[in-house]
Design a protein around this ligand. Structure first.
Ligand code: URA
Length: 241
């Protein structure tokens, strides 16, 4: 592990800016393995140094992985001058530089969104090459026929000519406005809405419920987020679910 400056290690975790970290160190509030270090430029291995601030152990994490239950009306972007973004929903305790949403959901789409600062992880989740399933629940405005199910299974041709990879479509409730589960590995712009549009149906509501083997936590209220456990992190990358 590469050595890093003590002020950088502390500020990388989000609770302190670089300036605040430097001040805390110079003020003698920071110890490393029990010894006060007053030089912000002191170099350490962030993963193995026993840092404490005001006597409290400082838990260093190289990356953070959050599950957000995205509400409608929020953009899946990092910043926007007009609209609230998913990053505006992240509490201070999880905030750090470099956080971004893994993939995009439309403004009116709700449900499971992963927020991280780990670009390699995000790439694996998003890239169709890695084959991670994204499960959605869609309410549509007309009957889902067996023919539509077969077309999804062989690959929908979108109105612009793009041929989607085979997708699973399962009817969960076939009322006037049927509820269906759709599983895709790709993430083209408005993909599910455009897949249904190609079959003559309009999506009235869309919710992502699962990525890989990780389901949205039913106890997580809309608009809230929580950190993932190590097990949950690895569930996301499961290609068999
Ligand atoms: N497909 C869509 O049409 N919209 C989303 O937000 C996600 C997938």
């Amino acid at each position: 592990m590469a050595l890093e400056r003590l002020d950088r290690i502390i500020s990388s975790q989000g609770m302190f800016s670089r300036k605040e970290a430097g001040k805390a160190i110079r003020d003698g509030r920071v110890t490393v393995n029990g010894k006060v270090i007053k030089d912000p430029s002191e170099k350490l291995d962030p993963a193995s140094s026993g840092i404490a601030i005001d006597g409290k152990p400082f838990a260093y994490k190289k990356h953070i992985y959050l599950m957000l239950n995205k509400p409608a009306g929020v953009l899946s972007a990092t910043t926007d001058s007009n609209s609230k973004t998913v990053l505006d929903l992240i509490p201070k305790v999880y905030k750090r530089n470099g956080l971004f949403p893994v993939g995009r959901l439309d403004k009116d789409t709700t449900g499971l969104m992963i927020i991280t600062d780990d670009g390699d992880f995000a790439h694996k989740v998003i890239s169709p090459k890695y084959g991670i399933n994204k499960h959605y629940h869609a309410v549509v405005d007309g009957k889902i026929t067996d023919e539509i199910i077969r077309t999804f299974a062989t690959g929908v041709k979108l109105k612009d000519g793009f041929l989607c990879a085979p997708a699973e479509l399962k009817v969960l409730d076939n009322g006037d406005n049927p509820l269906a589960e759709v599983v895709i590995k790709e993430g083209k712009y408005h993909q599910i809405k455009r897949m249904f549009a190609a079959a003559g149906l309009k999506v009235l509501a869309l919710r992502r419920v699962k990525i890989g083997g990780l389901s949205l936590d039913n106890n997580l209220p809309e608009g809230e987020c929580r950190e993932l456990s190590k097990t949950e992190e690895s569930l996301i990358l499961r290609t068999d679910q």
